[in-house]
Write a protein that binds this ligand. Sequence first.
Ligand code: 2BA
Length: 159
Amino acid sequence: MIGKEIGEMLLENKEHFLIPADRVAHVQLNNRLNHALLVLTKIGYSVIPVLDYDYKIRGLISMPLIIEAITGLEDIDFDKLGDILVSDVMTTDFAVINDPYDLEEVLHLLVNNAFICVASEDGSFTGIITRSEILKGTNRIAHEFENKYDVTRKTERLH
Ligand code: 2BA
């Protein structure tokens, strides 16, 4: 469990953790791979969410998934980029949590994921929480904790 004081300090920044949906680059289920490749190349992120027509989160698409889909035994066939749909290639194995989210769960999930998708109960995409935003918050605590609290080491138990 996250300690009470540390947890409270982390939560002071809670509203900054979420990058809202309208600022998250994404593609749609029925986009072709050439469009996804263009978006990923232009924005510079390596993985982005895939949404459906109702703005629900359905998967993630990445450069390696795209390249793998057009790679044959001996060659890469770039002509296939215009034929294959994002929905055929995206991964559906990704971290998603419901809003309002539990900070402890977020911290656990970010150990193995660069970002977590956040959705409302009905699956509508709310945004993402990234490692950088959480690291900014923990960095602040590392610098400010002892300005706010008197910390004394507990005496070690004698065995
Ligand atoms: P990556 O694309 O693998 O990026 C890893 C880290 O590199 C990012 O960590 C960020 O610190 C930096 N970075 C990469 N491309 C950047 C860019 N165009 N502008 C600014 N910084 C960039 P985080 O910021 O913690 O992001 C973690 C992951 O969340 C990213 O992994 C990306 O997959 C996703 N992501 C973050 N912001 C996004 C956004 N606005 N739209 C879509 N996906 C986003």
